[in-house]
Design a binder for this molecule. Structure first.
Ligand SMILES: Cc1cc2nc3c(=O)[nH]c(=O)nc-3n(C[C@H](O)[C@H](O)[C@H](O)COP(=O)(O)OP(=O)(O)OC[C@H]3O[C@@H](n4cnc5c(N)ncnc54)[C@H](O)[C@@H]3O)c2cc1C
Ligand code: SF4
Length: 599
């Protein structure tokens, strides 16, 4: 990035100054404040109103003083004038500070981490990658990770889906992070110290935002390296370790106050009450990585592997596996799909995922299921394992055919086995991946309030009531996604800041100061948002690498060359132009309703 490009933080500072100046001028003359805020149309309208509001009492004075008519009606008119003028005055002053209320683009609204998608996509379109990266990391410091493995709820709601494929938001995030990292160095500003237990995405994000707010943070984890499931479960062909390391280094080097200590197990060699005594607040981001057993006959045979243990062994190189025959994978979630794809890369001739429900009910992300299929993984639905057979090693699995008793209830619909429809599969190994949960025993041992599924109970500020403890991520939500863990980390850091340094109306003032800087992106040639009727343009495809799958070679290769800018220009900038809403009603000036265009 050229050094003369202004950083996002600098832009934000300037924007804030401009808004404060507008606010002050608005208090003197509302229209003037709007004009200084470069809102010419509103400014002129407000000036006309200002004049009307001043002229009106002059005419009234004439009536009262010269004609000496002070009736009840005159009093009422004065009162109405006073109230209307007061309201108008406050509204225009507030508006000058906050700016016109813009609709939040659907992509941002549905992002758990509230990332400003529309602006970072536009910055990529303009080739301003460093600013795009900085903007993403303002909400999610694990940007390179999310650019690869986020399930991208934003893409599901992207306005483009109303006529064609969504903007490739996730791939664009990845593009933004593949350039120079933004340089951040936070200073320690407060004496309070925070302990974070668990260095997964939630714990790391919370530490980053605490450091940003000026606190010193000690991170403790059971593993020797930070990363949580990203490091020990998600395979390298989906998340290369260089990308993960880049993000983690970015977080750990963001402040002198962040320290990571590995090999510390809460409840064994560190004590929760000791942490509560030594630190001003504690964030628990312990995850939910305890594998659920199947509880069927033969589960203790050799060759029956737990999905998470298997992935951990392969990811950390702590055990070697190689297959040559048929590997059966039981389950329908991320762990099952990743285990199946890993088994294929370790030499298995045939890998089948057996799932007791249907494809639509699989908790795994549809894109990952599709990728697994492209690589050669087979799927057998409505199949439930009954028992494992073999002398010492497993060599057969007996299955029952299942039937859905009631359709339409999704994953909650009841199942029953079909009588006489049992069959046996010859296998070399079985990988059990039927779910995971928080460690209930540990939670109870620590004396934490938990629900029936072992998830830590917290209030809406992620705090355990009446204690210095906060919790988030999978430990609170159950097994979910990285972006939700990241969102919790950020939210917890903010809640801890207000807990450690209570301020009068602190949250209100913080919210009031949150607005997006103007990046001056509205005149970008060739971008969809600059055209009156944006053309229907197909999504640029990501490069893939399905042939010869290897554990260390990434399958999805992102948008190469300048294809990312081309793709980013498909964005409609719904946030600026209220397009998502206008399209719904077909009212946007100059735009044809997407509903009409698609018919
Ligand atoms: C195979 C697999 C694939 C996945 N794929 C995706 C994907 O593609 N996209 C996506 O968004 N999500 C995916 N997920 C889910 C995602 O990894 C989790 O939602 C996310 O990692 C949760 O973050 P967390 O910080 O809450 O917990 P974790 O990542 O589980 O981190 C918890 C940390 O706490 C530490 N810890 C636990 N107990 C203790 C203790 N007693 N003392 C000290 N430290 C402790 C652990 O060592 C760990 O480092 C996947 C999960 C799995 C298992
Ligand atoms: S078109 Fe752009 S702004 Fe609109 S929802 Fe899609 S990514 Fe977001």
């Amino acid at each position: 990035m050229a050094s003369n490009v202004m950083s996002v933080a600098e832009r934000r500072r300037r924007e804030r100054k401009k808004r404060v100046l507008s606010l002050i001028l608005s208090l003197i003359l509302p229209g003037l404040g709007q004009l200084v805020g470069r809102r010419i149309g509103i400014g002129i309208a407000a000036l006309i109103l200002d004049v009307c509001f001043v002229l009106f009492p002059l005419t009234m004075i004439r009536t009262v003083v010269i004609q000496n008519e002070l009736t009840n009606l005159t009093w009422l008119i004065w009162l109405l004038w006073g109230v209307t003028f007061g309201l108008y005055y406050l509204l225009v002053a507030y508006d000058a500070y906050r700016g016109t209320w813009l609709h939040v683009a659907p992509c941002r609204r549905d992002c758990p981490a509230e990332i400003n998608v529309s602006d970072y996509v536009a910055l990529v379109a303009a080739g301003r990658y460093a600013e795009a990266d900085e903007l993403i990391r303002e909400h999610a410091p694990l940007a390179a990770v999310l650019g690869r493995i986020c399930p991208a709820p934003c893409e599901e709601v992207c306005t483009r889906t109303r006529i064609e494929e969504p903007v490739a938001i996730r791939a664009l995030k990845r593009s933004a992070t593949e350039h120079e990292l933004p340089a951040v160095k936070f200073t320690l500003r407060h004496p309070q110290k925070v302990a974070v237990v668990g260095a997964g995405p939630s714990g790391l994000t919370c530490s980053y935002f605490l450091a940003k707010r000026g606190y010193s943070v000690d991170i403790f984890d059971h593993e020797d390296q930070p990363g949580g499931l990203l490091l020990v479960a998600i395979p390298c062909f989906r998340l290369p370790r260089e990308a993960l390391k880049r993000d983690i280094d970015f977080i750990l080097s963001s402040s002198e106050g962040i320290r990571f200590t590995g090999g510390k197990v809460l409840g064994e060699n560190i004590d929760l009450s000791e942490l509560e005594r030594s630190y001003d607040a504690v964030y628990l981001a312990l995850g939910a990585a305890k594998p659920r057993p199947l509880m069927i006959e033969g589960e203790d045979l050799k060759g029956v592997l737990q999905g998470l243990v298997f992935l951990r062994d392969v990811c950390t190189n702590s055990s070697k596996y190689s297959f040559s025959g048929h590997v059966a994978v039981l389950g329908g979630g991320n762990t099952a799909i990743d285990s199946a794809r890993t088994a294929l890369r370790l030499g298995a001739k045939k890998v089948t995922v057996f799932y007791r429900r249907t494809r639509e009910h699989m908790p795994a992300y549809p894109t990952d299921v599709a990728e697994a299929e492209k690589e050669g993984v087979r799927f057998e639905f409505l199949a439930a394992p009954l028992r494992f057979e073999g002398k010492e090693w497993v060599n057969k699995v007996c299955f029952a055919r299942m039937r859905l008793r009631d359709h339409g209830k999704g994953r909650r619909s009841a199942l029953e086995s079909v009588e006489g429809r049992e069959w046996v599969e010859e296998v070399e190994a079985v990988i059990v991946a039927v779910g995971q949960e928080p460690d209930l025993e540990l939670m109870e041992h620590l004396g934490l309030p938990v629900d029936v599924d072992g998830r830590i109970k917290v209030n809406r500020n992620l705090r355990i009531p009446r204690r210095k403890l906060f919790a988030g991520g999978d430990a609170v939500r159950g097994p979910r996604t990285v972006v939700e863990a990241v969102a919790d980390g950020r939210k917890a850091a903010r809640a801890m800041d207000f807990f450690l340094r209570p301020r009068f109306l602190g949250r209100f003032f913080e919210k009031l100061g949150e607005f997006d800087p103007d990046f001056g992106l509205e005149k970008l040639g060739g971008a969809a948002w600059t055209e009156k009727k944006p053309v229907v343009k197909s999504r640029v495809k990501e490069q893939t690498n399905y042939k010869n799958p290897d554990f260390y070679v990434e399958t999805m290769c992102g948008l190469t060359g300048e294809s990312d800018q081309e793709e980013a220009k498909r964005c409609l900038r719904c946030q600026r132009y209220n397009i998502g809403f206008a399209y719904k009603r077909g009212k946007q000036k100059g735009y044809v309703s997407l509903d009409k265009r698609s018919s």
